[in-house]
Write a protein that binds this ligand. Structure first.
Ligand SMILES: [Zn+2]
Length: 241
């Protein structure tokens, strides 16, 4: 049996259990709060305890909101940026030379002209992302063309709001979201396989699932991970094309 407490906008579910101490938990992803208390705990005591922890509760809730929504990057010193599933810190050097990006173990070193705007920095990084993807994708396509016995006419990189990839069955083209550069490479490979199987089977029919299962048995994990990772605040529909 559980009761609930209301603290401002937060509802706390209180459950009494055969335990010694009070446990307060803020759950991801929505910041739901539960409190487990010893059997004899009175509700007003539980309430007083929750109030004493209110700052902590709010902080945890805010963190979940932040995690859920990828904050817009500003391309400034010490900002964190993801590449192939790993987090890097950005360093920015202002120099009168052609803009460039260099990667080392921990840092993405961006060189731009003095006074360059945020939009310009973003563009330099975007071009760099595209060049990394253009190095990584063709060998993966070639490998899966052999395995799946299918031919990709062309692939395109595109910033997409709601999809990781798409496929044009008629033309034999596939489109891949440039945001994939931020995810582990296995996830990029999964999206490539998924879209290439659409060249054989355009819908998410049983045939499609069977082909996916046979060629990429971990597809469900990959799909779950892609749905979980923030896609600039958007989701990839569960099995959208
Ligand atoms: Zn699909």
């Amino acid at each position: 049996m559980s009761e609930s407490l209301k603290l401002g906008e937060t509802t706390i579910t209180v459950t009494r259990k055969d335990i010694k101490n009070v446990h307060l938990t803020v759950h991801p992803p929505d910041g739901r709060v539960t409190l487990s208390a010893p059997l004899e705990t009175r509700l007003d005591v539980a309430r007083a305890y929750a109030i004493s922890k209110l700052t902590w509760i709010r902080q945890r809730q805010e963190n979940f909101v932040k995690q859920a929504r990828e904050t817009p990057r500003r391309f400034i010193e010490r900002e964190s940026h993801h590449l192939w599933g790993k987090r890097y810190l950005m360093t920015v050097t202002q120099k009168n030379s052609k803009p460039s990006v260099k990667l080392d173990h921990k840092r993405i070193n961006l060189t731009v002209r003095p006074g360059s705007s945020q939009a310009k920095r973003e563009q330099v990084i975007h071009e760099w992302h595209k060049s990394l993807l253009h190095k990584t994708i063709p060998p993966l396509i070639a490998q899966w063309e052999k395995k799946l016995k299918v031919k990709v006419s062309a692939y395109f990189l595109q910033r997409m709001k709601t999809k990781w990839g798409s496929c044009n069955h008629q033309s034999g083209n596939i489109r891949l979201n440039t945001e994939l550069v931020k995810k582990p490479k296995e996830l990029l490979e999964y999206v490539i396989i998924h879209e290439m199987i659409h060249l054989i089977e355009p819908t998410h029919s049983k045939r499609f699932i069977d082909l996916l299962q046979k060629n990429h048995p971990q597809w469900q994990e990959a799909r779950a991970e892609l749905n979980e990772l923030p896609l600039s605040a958007d989701n990839w529909g569960s099995l959208s094309k």
